[in-house]
Write a new protein. Sequence first.
Length: 274
Amino acid sequence: MNAAGRTPVDGQGTERARCVLAPNPSPMTLDGTNTWLIAVPGTSSALVVDPGPDDEAHLRRVRDEVAAAGQRVEKILLTHGHPDHAEGAAAFAAMTGAPVLAADPAHRLGSEGLAPGDTVTAGGCEVRVVATPGHTADSVSLLLPADGALLTGDTVLGRGTTVIAYDGNLADYLRSLDRLRALADEAGLRVLLPGHGPLLADPAGTLDYYLAHRRERLAEITAALAAGDRTPAEIVARVYADVDRALWPFARMSVRAQLDYLGSENRLPPGVAD
């Protein structure tokens, strides 16, 4: 986990994907939320992925950038329902007349969802839905095969690593990372387009790092338990001692998820308290 403050990704992307950075920087959102515009240049429509917070200036900027390219917003896609990605979706839908597609029906506006293996077509592009639960139960990633690109939402960040949120699950997350690591080879991925932070030009290496990091954290938490730590707060103080204390509340979320995982694997000693 890292704080915000490095070079933002605003305006960067691939041939068919371009980032419009939302003005919501924080220790957890890094430079802000990356809203992605997906289209073949010169086509009449576009997909918008993760319109971001309910910030009128940002939503108008996204709409205007699509319009400046001679396009209209055909569909709005959500990688997951957290407010920094999805809170502005309803207002953006009202602004553009486009439906909102999401894995969780609670976040949809219209009849379409995002199910594993679905292909969404607009703006001359095909985007394939890859189920990647873990950060949240409803997280998906979006494969843009023509660019060798994968939009990862919060499953993989441009800097640091991902928190397992209260509505997430570490076992699911590890399976999702395995799925994406296999996809990196199968689809010949060339770049990851995250929901926060800069582009990642080494998908396989990034995913190898994420998997290794999770194994290391689980080993550290197992060692903390063996040393007598029992609460998430005690474990965070030991395992995340070198992390900015402002991020410790989020670290406790990940520790709880890891304790749940260790318990489900029958490795958790009795007496571990919240």
